[in-house]
Design a protein around this ligand. Structure first.
Ligand code: SF4
Length: 227
C-alpha cells in the first residue's frame, strides 16, 4: 500500500481520539469567510506551557487491533479498511511535514498489534528516533487501584498489571501514580458513559452496586527521557 493511502486511512482513524483542542473539528476555510481553518483529521492542535498553540500531525501507527472494545471504530470486528505504518515511515512523514513548517510535533496513538508490549516497542522506537534529548509520556489505566480499576479488571480479565509494569521497567521508564475522578452532573450522564466503556451486563452490575454520579479513577503516568 502507498504511503499516501496509509496516511489517509490512519489520519482518519485517529480523529476519534478527542483529547486535543481541535480533534474532529468541522472543516472551515478562512478564504470563504470566518476566521481560521481546520481539517477534520490529520492535524490537531495543543497548547504549550507558555501558551503557544502548536499544530501536531495526528495519526495512528496502525488501526489493526487484537481487541474488540465495542465503543471503538478500530475494534477487531469493525468493518473498516486497515493499514499499518512502520516506525521508520512515521519518522519520515513527521520530519517531512516539520521541515515544510506544517507541524511542530506528532500525536501518535495505535491499535494493539500482536500484544501491548510489542505495540509499545514500536511506538517507543518512533519516540527514540524523533526526540533525542526529549521526554516521552504515556498515560495508562492503573488496574491495580481505584474503583474504576476494579471494573477495568472485570472487563479485561486477560490484562496483567505485573507484566505491564515489568515491560515499562525493562525499557527504563519511570512511573508516577495519579489519582483522579470521573464526575458527572447527573446519574443519567454517568450511566451513558459507562455504557460506552463497558459491556451492558457489566454496567448493569456496576449500577446496582455503585451509587452517585462519579467514580475514583487511578492512572499511571509513565515517562522516560531519551539521551
Ligand atoms: S484496544 Fe484501543 S484500538 Fe483496540 S479496540 Fe480497544 S480502544 Fe480500540
Amino acid at each position: 500500500m502507498e504511503l499516501q493511502q496509509k496516511l489517509e486511512i490512519l489520519a482518519d482513524a485517529a480523529k476519534y481520539d478527542a483529547s486535543c483542542a481541535s480533534s474532529g473539528g468541522e472543516r472551515r476555510d478562512s478564504r470563504k469567510g470566518g476566521i481560521g481553518s481546520s481539517g477534520g483529521s490529520g492535524i490537531c492542535h495543543a497548547y504549550t506551557p507558555d501558551g503557544r498553540c502548536i499544530s501536531l500531525l495526528k495519526i495512528l501507527l496502525t488501526n489493526h487491533c487484537v481487541f474488540d472494545c465495542h465503543y471503538c471504530i478500530n475494534r477487531r470486528s469493525s468493518n473498516v479498511q486497515r493499514a499499518r505504518f512502520t516506525p521508520d515511515e512515521v519518522v519520515r512523514l513527521t520530519l517531512d511535514f516539520y521541515k515544510r513548517n506544517f507541524i511542530e510535533g506528532l500525536f501518535l496513538s495505535s491499535g494493539i498489534i500482536q500484544s501491548p508490549d510489542y505495540t509499545m516497542e514500536q511506538v517507543v522506537e518512533v519516540a527514540r528516533v524523533l526526540r533525542p534529548g526529549g521526554t516521552a509520556f504515556v498515560i495508562d489505566n492503573d488496574a491495580t487501584r481505584s474503583t474504576f480499576g476494579g471494573w477495568f479488571r472485570q472487563a479485561m480479565p486477560s490484562h496483567d498489571p505485573v507484566a505491564v509494569e515489568r515491560f515499562w521497567a525493562r525499557q527504563g521508564w519511570s512511573r508516577d501514580r495519579i489519582d483522579m475522578r470521573w464526575a458527572f452532573g447527573s446519574r443519567a450522564d454517568f450511566e451513558a458513559v459507562l455504557r460506552i466503556e463497558f459491556s451492558q451486563t457489566l454496567v448493569d452490575g456496576i449500577l446496582a452496586d455503585h451509587q452517585g454520579t462519579g467514580v475514583d479513577y487511578a492512572v499511571s503516568l509513565w515517562w522516560r527521557t531519551f539521551a
